[in-house]
Design a protein around this ligand. Structure first.
Ligand code: ZN
Length: 94
């Protein structure tokens, strides 16, 4: 039983660790509140061994965290490269 709890804790920690960079990445759509998308980006919070997304503005809760957020891990390096390309080639307006 001890091993199982530890594994779950590790998974929870990994999910929380994955959600934060996703929420801070300007290249992806952040996970937003189901009541009002203008609220602060949702935060991953562990409760009773499960990770949920919470809105700190209104208390909205979302149990479902998209798999791509957990596995996708958008990298800062890629974000920097894309930003550099966009800076080097400004969009031309006619
Ligand atoms: Zn909210």
């Amino acid at each position: 039983m001890k091993t199982r709890a530890t594994r779950r804790q590790r998974r929870s920690a990994a999910i929380i660790k994955a959600v934060r960079p996703w929420q801070e990445n300007p290249l992806v759509h952040s996970l937003t509140c189901g009541n009002d998308s203008q609220h602060a980006p949702l935060e991953a919070v562990e409760e009773n061994g499960r990770v949920e997304l919470h809105c700190r503005d209104c208390g909205y809760r979302q149990a479902d965290i998209p798999e791509i957020v957990i596995k996708g891990k958008p990298s800062r390096a890629l974000a920097k490269r894309v930003a550099a390309v966009l800076a080097a080639k400004p969009i031309q307006f006619r």
